[in-house]
Write a protein that binds this ligand. Structure first.
Ligand SMILES: Nc1ncnc2c1ncn2[C@@H]1O[C@H](COP(=O)(O)OP(=O)(O)O)[C@@H](O)[C@H]1O
Ligand SMILES: [Mg+2]
Length: 286
């Protein structure tokens, strides 16, 4: 019997899930129930991967007061203006949107350093996103962790929410709360990324398997990213883009990014599935 998490339907519906209007960006938001699940790191990788594919990608940090996305992108010295400045008219779009033409890198808008995201007005943010939509193929929002105002705001203005969880009980429980708070009959179902899965932990029961996570959350998985020391090091060094781009974690993020743009990749939706299979954490090499 095939696991529910790898049900073909899960994969096939990508194109419908992320149905896009021609020449208009799809807007996704990465949320999580608890901190440290890897939202910021994965978004930096996803944006970098799409930029390298020649896609017009924009990542926006919504973690007001806890700015962090500039670091893995290596753009911290460029963030003179931020989203708060842009929304309040304190700068123009050209000043707030940071582009780096010297390497494949997504465009970036920094989070306010000291402003509470409650202060970011949903209507103003929506209006800005609609203005930016025709200029990009993909726009991604890095939401603050937890189910506070900032993550609810991100969920409200995005086309699609993706909740990131670690395959441990506490994180999955928090992800359940996050999913509950964004699920709504008139909104598309949120999707889930499992990050930092350790195959030998999963084999011994210390980590939940992808299938167990999908069942507990009653949600579709859009990707599974293994624990990747190279990626952790690259993120700590602020160099997720560049020499470390061939790390398994980066490639998994790349696959997920492609899927958010409608690429159905049934066999590639988890990078390093062989390691999971070999460890006994999954029964079939999917
Ligand atoms: N797949 C992964 N393997 C190993 N470490 C990871 C992975 N993804 C993220 N990390 C590390 O986890 C930590 C938290 O990541 P971060 O992106 O800041 O989480 P969040 O934005 O959800 O709070 C960072 O040190 C990051 O390098
Ligand atoms: Mg973060």
């Amino acid at each position: 019997m095939r696991d529910a998490a790898m049900d073909k339907k899960t994969v096939h519906s990508d194109r419908e899930i992320f149905r896009t209007r021609p020449n208009m960006a799809v807007i996704i938001a990465l949320l999580s129930g608890s901190g440290g699940t890897g939202k910021t790191t994965l978004l930096a990788c996803m944006g970098g991967a799409l930029a390298r594919e020649g896609k017009r990608a924009l990542v926006i940090d919504l973690c007001a007061g806890a700015r962090g996305l500039d670091l893995p992108l290596g753009l911290e010295s460029r963030a003179a203006f931020d989203l708060g400045d842009l929304l309040s008219g304190g700068c123009d779009e050209g000043q707030a949107v940071i582009s780096d033409s010297t390497r494949p890198c997504p465009d970036f808008i920094a989070a306010p350093l000291d402003r509470d995201s409650i202060g970011i007005d949903a209507a103003a943010l929506s209006e800005l996103l609609e203005k930016l939509r025709p200029k990009y193929d993909w726009i991604a929002l890095d939401a603050p962790s937890g189910v506070g105002a900032g993550s609810m705001l991100a969920a409200l203005v995005a086309d699609r929410v993706i909740v990131v969880t670690i395959p441990e009980n506490a994180s999955v429980r928090a992800a359940e709360r996050a999913l509950e708070s964004v699920r709504s009959p008139d909104r598309p179902e949120p999707l889930v990324i499992i990050n930092k899965l350790n195959p030998s932990f999963a084999a011994s029961g210390a980590h939940l398997t992808p299938d167990a996570v999908a069942q507990t959350l009653d949600a579709k998985l859009i990707g599974v990213v293994l624990y990747d020391e190279t990626l952790a090091r690259a993120a700590a060094l602020g160099r997720v883009l560049g020499p470390y781009e061939r790390s398994p974690g980066f490639r998994a993020a790349e696959t997920i990014a492609d899927r958010t743009l409608g690429a159905a990749s049934p066999k590639r939706w988890i990078v390093n599935r062989r390691a999971l299979f070999a460890s006994g954490a999954i029964k079939e090499e999917w």
